[in-house]
Ligand binder design. Structure first.
Ligand SMILES: NC(=O)c1ccc[n+]([C@@H]2O[C@H](COP(=O)([O-])OP(=O)(O)OC[C@H]3O[C@@H](n4cnc5c(N)ncnc54)[C@H](OP(=O)(O)O)[C@@H]3O)[C@@H](O)[C@H]2O)c1
Length: 317
């Protein structure tokens, strides 16, 4: 499929991934892209979703909408995360099928993997156990979209694809300290330490866990390639496949932020899983894709974006 000639609806276009996908589509020459924001349609409301699709009549729908965040906010808002993601995912896919949309794409996340899944995380192990308990309400709601996608493909022949994204980071992310993921949280902490002349920053955990990150522009490119090249029921991990210890990550962000003080690890805080790296062989085989942006380059761009947008970014909910 050549996406540049299609009428493409990107839902959740105000978010980090949605914005990057809209930009990627523009770079590909797609002329008819509708960047749907929350204020134009509450995707938890079936009537609104149905009317919006009838009005826009997209040929392709890419669903980047959802509610989520880091550990803290998952602990505080599990019911909201379950309800919102379940409804957004279920309604948009169902109504897209009903409206005659040709191709649909949804995203799930690394926390959908079972708590005890061995690393590197292989797609075949996705259904082998319950997700980590803190983020399970969010993760299970997301996984429902994968079951739904496969069911609609099987019964109706609906061209729906699900990609499983690793830890995204990049411009447009939330830098709110109560809600953010590890990279934006570190960027903000070091930025403020430099600003306030601090000589010590205390970080959660031991710093030993190993994680795998993908720059949002790489994830957006993988999504556009998948839309063009792949139409199948297999869920595909989209990530770098490279692990980095949180301690090294912190040192890298400190260096790129110009922070010269000490890093103190508060080991009384939980670490989570020791290692969480994605197996990306399916991504390479089915999409012929490898991410291009190194962690150093991606974090540099993210820091620049954070500095340019500091007030707005740090206040985003
Ligand atoms: N970030 C990650 O590390 C990561 C990893 C794996 C998978 N994912 C998945 O990738 C997708 C995009 O992630 P992201 O990081 O781009 O998220 P994000 O920045 O939080 O963006 C989500 C977007 O969804 C919109 N939205 C939320 N509730 C809505 C509703 N009821 N109706 C309409 N729009 C609504 C938000 O609107 P507002 O801007 O108005 O709030 C926001 O624009 C999500 O499905 C997420 O689960 C993310």
């Amino acid at each position: 499929m050549n996406i540049s000639g299609m009428r493409v609806l990107v839902a959740g276009a105000g978010g980090m991934l949605g914005r990057a996908i809209v930009a990627r589509l523009a770079a590909r020459g797609a002329a008819d892209v509708i960047a749907l924001k929350r204020e134009e349609c509450d995707l938890r409301e079936q009537r609104e979703v149905r009317e919006m699709l009838a009005r826009i009549r997209p040929q392709v729908v890419i669903n980047c909408a959802g509610t989520g965040g880091g550990i803290l906010v998952n602990t505080r808002r599990p019911a909201e995360f379950f309800y919102d993601n379940l409804l957004i995912g279920t309604l948009l896919l169902h109504e897209s099928w009903r409206a005659g949309v040709g191709n649909y794409m949804a995203f799930i996340c690394g926390c959908c993997y079972p708590d005890k899944a061995p690393s590197p995380l292989r797609e075949e192990t996705l259904w082998d156990g319950y997700p980590q308990v803190t983020s399970a309400p969010y993760a299970v709601a997301k996984k429902v979209a994968a079951v739904q996608s496969e069911a609609y493909r099987r019964q109706y022949g609906f061209h729906s694809v699900v990609l499983l994204l690793g830890n995204l980071y990049g411009p447009g992310e939330s830098f709110d300290l109560t809600e953010s993921h590890v990279i934006p949280a570190f960027i903000r902490r070091f930025h403020e330490a430099v600003r306030d002349n601090l000589d010590e920053v205390v970080l959660w955990g031991s710093g030993a866990p190993v994680r795998d990150f993908i720059f949002v522009e790489d994830a957006a490119e993988a999504a556009v390639i998948a839309m063009e090249k792949y139409d199948g029921p297999e869920i595909i991990n989209i990530s770098s496949g490279d692990g980095i210890a949180v301690r090294e990550l912190a040192a890298l962000i400190a260096e790129l932020s110009g922070y010269l003080g000490r890093l103190v690890w508060d080991s009384s805080r939980p670490d989570g899983q020791a290692q969480k790296v994605y197996d990306v062989t399916r991504m390479e085989r089915l999409l012929g894709y490898r991410p291009r942006v190194s962690l150093r380059e991606g974090i540099t761009k993210t820091i620049e974006w954070f500095r340019d947008n500091y007030a707005g970014a740090s206040e985003r909910g």
